[in-house]
Structure formats: C-alpha cells, structure tokens
Design a protein around this ligand. Structure first.
Ligand code: NAD
Ligand code: 44H
Length: 474
C-alpha cells in the first residue's frame, strides 16, 4: 500500500516495484494499492486507465517511455472504510508514504503537533465509538473474503453514517498520523499481524519520525494500541532520490508519441535514481534489492549526503533563483551568481558530509549534470514550498555540524536562510526592515538555538542586507 499517490511515488517506489516484478518468479510479484493524500483526482484518473501509466524518463539527450503496471488499485485517501480494509488485509506487508514534510504534523520539538486543528479533529473523530465500530467491521469483513465489500458497506451504512450525520460528515482521518493509526487499529482488530511502514519523504531519520508521530497519536487514542504498534509494526527509514517535477499537459502528448497509448496522467522523471533502506519487513516485501535498492544498517550518512548536497542545493537555487527572476532549476544553473553560491554551499557541506572525497566528488559531478538537464523543467516554486520545514533539516543542521566540528558556520548556508527571509518576507524584510532584526526573526523561525550564535547572526544579517540593497536597486 501507499499513502500520498503523486508524481514521486509513481517515478520511484512503483517503478522499483515494477522492475522487481519484471525479474520475479511467476506468482512472486507485488501489486500496490495506492491512496491519494488529499484529493481523489489522481486516483480517479488512474482508475479510468486501469492504473497503468507512462513513466517518461527524460535525459538531456531525449525521452524514453515505459508503461508501469505495479499499481493495481488507486483510491481516495479520504475513503476511510476502504483505507482501513486495505491496511487490515493480511496480504498487505508494506505501507510506503510520500506525504511531504508537512504531512508528519510535527511541532517545534519534533513530536506530533497537538496544536494543529487537523490533528485534534482526527483524534476526536477516531475517539467516536462509531468510527472504531465501522472500521473493525470493515476489517473483519475483509478477512472473511466472501461478501467483504457488502459487509463493509453495511457497517458503513449503520455506524459510520450515523456518526457522519451527527458530526462533520467526515469519513476518515485527514492527517497522515491519524490515517495510519486508524488503519493499524483495524489491522490489530483483524489479527493480521505486523507490517512495515516505510517513509519516502525528505526528512532525516524519516522512519523514526514516522514512528514517533504514530505512537504519540495512538497513545492518546488507546494506549494498548500504541503498545501493539510498538511491538508489531516496523518503521523503516529510507533515503530516496529521483528528481521528479510536476507533470505538464505537454507531457501527455509526449507519452502518446513514445508508447502509442493515450495517458491522461503520465509522470516525467530523470534517469538517475537511488533508494537506500534501513529496517525490518515483518510481512515481506518486493525484492527491490534485485533492481538496485540497497539495504544498510546505518542510513544516516546517506540521508546527510543527499539532504545536505542535493536538497540544500535545490533550496539555495529556489530562493536565490526566484529572487533573481528565474523559474526552473536549469535556468538558475545558467546564472553565474547562482552557480557560484551553489559551489560555495557544496564546499561548506562537503567538509562535514561523512563520505570520502572521491565519493563526494562523484555525487557532486552527478548533481551538476542532473541540475543542468534543461529538459527537466523543475519549477523553483515547487521546491520553494514549506521552507520553514525544509531549511532546518537541509541547512541549519549543516551549520550546527560545522560549528560542532570547530568550523565557521558557513556563509553560503547562512545565505540560504537570508534568501528565504526575503522570499517569504519574514519580518518585512522586503520593506527594508533593519537587517539585524530580520536575521533574528528568520533564525527564530528556522533554528532558534542559533539566534544566540554571534557568527551565524552576523552572517545572516550581512546576507539580508546585501539582498535588501540588490532588490532595492532593481
Ligand atoms: N518530487 C521529487 O523529486 C521527490 C524526490 C524525493 C522525495 N520526494 C518526496 O515526495 C513528496 C511528494 O512529492 P511528489 O512529487 O510526489 O508531490 P505530488 O504533489 O505529486 O504528490 C504529493 C502527494 O502527497 C499528498 N499530500 C500532500 N500534502 C499532504 C499532507 N499534508 N498529508 C498527506 N498527504 C499529503 C498529496 O495529496 C499527493 O497525493 C515530497 O514532498 C518529498 O518528501 C519527492
Ligand atoms: O520534494 P521536496 O518538496 O521535499 O523538495 C523539493 C526537491 O528538492 C526534491 O523533491 C528533490 O527533487 C528530490 O529530493 C530529489 O530526489
């Protein structure tokens, strides 16, 4: 199963599963039941074409197309009954996630943010007796195979609909932690045993993060459920990499030219891909290792390499590039000032990236070529979203590590924080508010612990001031 059916899931996890199926023995392949996160639109569009879609691999030299068939069912994540039936199905061994950084609903301390209204609303919804009743019925109906759907529908017609009418008409939890806990409650009731929850979002320690928010949510709902999850469910950490921009209408035409099949929802991605995983799979998994995925004991160095070189580089190009009037990564890479700032950022990051010089050189050479692939139109606006959640991981962590290693904080890293302040207009930065107070305000948002660090504050102030002068003279 998957939660967060979008472009990346289809270019990465579904593609690896397709490749693994292609080399599996007959009868040993896996199918994915994929759920959207927020809107049913993509599930509907995929269902209308039997869940098959075209993956367009876009190299700088040209495109190639492949039909992907590993997604066998696509559903609306807002269909709580279907969701719980699926999680409770003993045939399901893996639940992958791509729900974005914001989807984990974390607060400043890294744990679940109970101040978020959606988290509170999910708890209230799942505490309602009718919600549990309907989901247990759905789960046992599923295990009983014959007539499963009609029994689930009956349960929904009675308990769940009664609850909906009485409350907010919702049919499911809406947050990822709420949905996962809802599904696991049904799985426990069905006696289906453990499974692996596999986060594929750009967070470090994404397995541990998922585990924490899920257990915190479950403990408030039902401490015995939290104990069961803790003992039974595994939370796998992954480093995922494949640049996958949002698809444009022109890509439909390209898909048709490549395959001869009409596809309303193709996906475009780069040729490069990487998947590193760490953790247990109590209920089995596709043989992703046979097609290039790697399983390691310690994933942290791989996450750091990717987040501090690729993702931090993307954020630098996004904010600097947008402030300078660029629209895509490749356009920003054509701007000498962006290139120079990027190389400075990489020079700072490589001093603490835990790999030997040759490995880092290879990674950086690949990134230069990947970022300059002008045929991949990766919009800076897409990358710029949710900076307050991304920069602490991609940039502030590097500054902290550098300081801990006795190095200066890193001017280029501080420059990314300053450009984000101008981009989002923290503390009226663009109206010319004093640079030191803008620097204090942006650090208080991104990395409160660094506000007291004199060198960091000075560097961010200096960058804010230069941006203010540059933008004023335009
Ligand atoms: N696109 C890439 O290049 C790439 C590469 C590596 C990792 N990722 C990870 O995958 C995530 C999704 O990227 P994408 O390109 O598939 O985006 P997308 O917009 O195509 O799909 C995002 C999916 O996540 C769901 N979603 C969004 N916000 C959510 C929330 N708050 N709670 C639950 N679900 C939510 C959406 O409904 C959708 O199903 C990224 O945020 C990142 O963490 C993306
Ligand atoms: O997906 P996000 O929003 O976390 O970050 C935007 C990009 O930096 C990211 O999607 C990269 O393209 C990706 O991480 C490459 O593997």
């Amino acid at each position: 199963m998957h939660l967060g059916l979008g472009a990346f899931h289809r270019a990465h996890q579904a593609w690896y599963t397709q490749l693994a199926n292609d080399v599996a023995q007959p009868g040993e392949g896996w199918g994915i039941h994929s759920f959207t996160g927020r809107s049913p639109a993509l599930a509907d569009a995929l269902t209308a074409q039997d869940c098959r879609y075209t993956l367009i691999e876009r190299a700088s030299e040209g495109d190639s197309g492949q039909i992907i068939e590993s997604i066998v069912r696509a559903s609306d994540g807002g269909d709580g009954i279907r969701w719980c039936e699926a999680v409770a199905d003993p045939a399901v061994g893996v639940l992958t996630l791509t729900v974005t950084e914001a989807g984990y609903c974390r607060g400043a301390d890294g744990g679940l943010d109970w101040a978020l209204p959606a988290v509170q609303a999910d708890l209230e919804f799942l505490l309602a007796p009718s919600s549990e009743g309907s989901r247990d019925a759905a789960a046992s109906a599923h295990v009983g195979a014959d007539g499963a759907l009609s029994r689930a529908a009956q349960a929904r017609d009675s308990a769940a609909i009664e609850h909906e009418a009485a409350s907010s008409k919702r049919d499911s939890a809406t947050t990822a932690p709420g949905r996962i806990v809802d599904g696991l409650r049904a799985r426990r009731a069905a006696g289906s045993g453990g499974l692996a929850v596999v986060s594929c979002d750009n967070l470090n320690g994404n397995g541990a993060v998922t585990r924490q928010v899920v257990l915190e949510f479950a403990a408030r709902l039902d401490p015995a459920l939290a104990d069961w999850i803790d003992a039974t469910v595994s939370f796998v950490s992954t480093m995922v990499d494949r640049i996958t921009p949002a698809t444009t209408p022109l890509d439909q035409q390209t898909a048709f030219e490549l395959t001869g099949l009409a596809d309303a929802v193709p996906v475009v991605t780069e040729p490069f891909s990487e998947w590193i995983l760490s953790g247990a799979f109590p209920a089995g998994r596709p043989n992703w290792g046979s097609v290039g995925a790697r399983f390691v004991t310690d994933i942290e160095p791989y996450e750091q390499r990717k987040l501090w070189l690729l993702n931090a580089g993307h954020s630098l190009l996004a904010y600097r590039g947008l402030l300078l009037g660029h629209a895509t990564i490749a356009e920003a890479m054509n701007d000498a000032s962006c290139r120079e700032a990027l190389e400075a950022l990489w020079a700072e990051a490589r001093e603490i990236v835990p790999f030997d010089a040759e490995t880092v050189d290879t990674a950086l050479a690949a990134l230069r070529s990947r970022f300059t692939n002008a045929r991949i139109e990766h919009r800076l606006e897409q990358i710029a979203r949710d900076g307050a959640l991304k920069l602490p991981i991609r940039v502030a962590d590097v500054i902290r590590r550098r300081i801990a290693a006795g190095l200066p904080p890193g001017s280029a890293e501080c420059g990314v924080i300053a450009s984000w302040a101008l981009f989002t207009d923290v503390a009226d930065a663009r109206s010319g508010a004093p640079a030191p107070s803008v620097a204090e305000a942006v650090l208080a948002t991104i990395a409160p612990d660094l506000t007291a660090h004199h060198d960091v504050l000075a560097q961010v102030t200096q960058h804010v001031s230069s941006w203010q002068s540059a933008l004023a003279s335009h």
